[in-house]
Write a protein of this length. Structure first.
Ligand SMILES: Cc1cc2nc3c(=O)[nH]c(=O)nc-3n(C[C@H](O)[C@H](O)[C@H](O)COP(=O)(O)OP(=O)(O)OC[C@H]3O[C@@H](n4cnc5c(N)ncnc54)[C@H](O)[C@@H]3O)c2cc1C
Length: 386
């Protein structure tokens, strides 16, 4: 498999890299420190078509695929992860469920707005008592047949893009019944922002991703039309697992970008910073550290592109997506730690991008399936789990 980019994808890569350098880099540090959502950057990404990258043109998309999305995410995360996760969650978690499982009417209603970035969608799976064990959903949805409405009750936590001024919907999983063996039937339902009884908490105070929006959501007798069911009743959990399989490739691309950004910053700093009368980069100890960082970023890139290529080709990709997510998030944390070390005391100062990368790296081993969950998936694919 050739993992070099086609001329079109390389053009996309250069365009996004220039945007990240010229537009994101000069402003994101201040927004991050003030914990402000980057509305103007998001608007511009919408104008560039980034939110529509993997969606068909008939719904306002760019007609691309997951490789294109990964390329864009990698270049954004090379500069900043809050911006990259806003795009990742908007596309992979917000819009993709509508694209993959929506009715024609749901697609026509939501996709053009989601693809333009005018509206953000969110994905509400995690609950206070169930993250890795997402099947333990406690949120319920009861069909009120006389009024033709779902009545939703429950709480979701840590939901990205769920409380911005431009958030338009959250797709939530909820128990809609029981199977004969007593296990829950979980379905996915679209809840538009502003529906009565749907409350969005203030943003969390987070370690990193400080310019990204993350909230707790509560649903108190929230009523939405029966037609807001996304996909089949009782298939919501399986649908969300499919979304997460794909999303892992996007997170892996994002993690690769962060790992590569650490190399960029370290190379620059190692040439500039002098100690003992010469650049710190003249020391083999520093050179070797950076060489190892480059090796890890490069290998992570091969891993996510391999998983994305399989997805795009319609081949099985579950194991490769988990491998890519596990490896790239591990090396993102490694590289962020090493880049901070190379920057000495300045690496601990928030004004330096590596400090932001260090704070932003840890979540990559947790979100969209922890590293332990990736290992469980890989072991299952290897036939080690019955
Ligand atoms: C900033 C941020 C943004 C997020 N965005 C979203 C979003 O948009 N939508 C959404 O639905 N969720 C979102 N999440 C939730 C995220 O996906 C979960 O936090 C993650 O899946 C882990 O779940 P948990 O926090 O409940 O941890 P737990 O599941 O409680 O896990 C705790 C620890 O136990 C380990 N563990 C659990 N079970 C096992 C096992 N069987 N074997 C070995 N180890 C195990 C885990 O790996 C972990 O180390 C977000 C989280 C954060 C922090």
């Amino acid at each position: 498999m050739d993992h070099r980019l086609s001329p079109e994808l390389d053009e996309l890569r250069r365009t996004v890299a220039a945007f990240a350098h010229d537009v994101v880099a000069p402003t994101i540090g201040d927004l991050y420190e003030r914990h402000e959502f980057p509305y103007e950057i998001v608007r511009e990404m919408g104008r560039m078509g980034l939110f529509g990258l993997p969606f068909p043109e008939e719904y306002g998309g760019m007609g691309g695929d997951y490789l294109a999305l990964g390329v864009a995410l990698e270049e954004l995360a090379r500069v900043d992860s809050s911006v990259a996760i806003t795009l990742e969650a908007g596309v992979s978690l917000g819009a993709m469920p509508v694209h993959l499982f929506g009715t024609e009417e749901q697609k026509r209603t939501w996709l053009p707005k989601l693809c333009s970035g005018e509206v953000l969608g969110a994905f509400g799976l995690t609950e206070p008592d169930g993250g890795s064990d997402a099947g333990a959903t406690r949120t319920t949805a009861r069909l009120d047949e006389t009024r033709g409405e779902w009545v939703i009750n429950g709480t979701k936590c840590f939901i990205t893009n769920s409380g911005t001024d431009i958030t338009g919907l959250v797709t939530v999983t909820a128990v809609t019944g029981r199977k004969p063996d007593g296990s829950p039937r979980i379905s996915a339902i679209i809840v538009p922002s502003g529906t009565p009884g749907f409350t969005v908490a203030p943003p969390y105070s987070k370690v990193g991703w400080n310019a990204s929006d993350t909230r707790e959501l509560s649903f108190d007798d929230v009523r939405v039309p029966a037609a807001n069911l996304l996909g089949e009743e009782g298939r919501g959990y399986a649908q969300f697992l499919r979304i997460l399989d794909e999303g892992r490739i996007a997170i892996a691309a994002l993690a690769t970008g962060l790992a590569q950004g650490c190399v960029d910053e370290s190379v620059r700093y190692a040439k500039e910073r002098h100690a003992f009368g010469r650049p710190i980069g003249a020391n083999q100890a520093v050179q070797f550290k950076i060489a190892d960082m480059e090796m890890k970023a490069h290998t992570a890139r091969l891993a996510w592109r391999d998983a994305a290529s399989r997805l795009v080709a319609g081949e099985p990709f579950k194991k490769e997506a988990a491998l890519a997510k596990l490896y790239s998030s591990t090396v993102a944390v490694d590289n962020a730690r090493d880049a901070t070390q190379i920057h000495g005391g300045y690496g601990f100062m928030n004004e330096y991008p590596v400090a932001r990368m260090w704070r932003d790296s840890k979540i990559l081993e947790i979100g969209e399936g922890t590293s332990e969950v990736q290992r469980m998936l890989i072991a299952r694919e290897l036939g080690l789990v019955s």
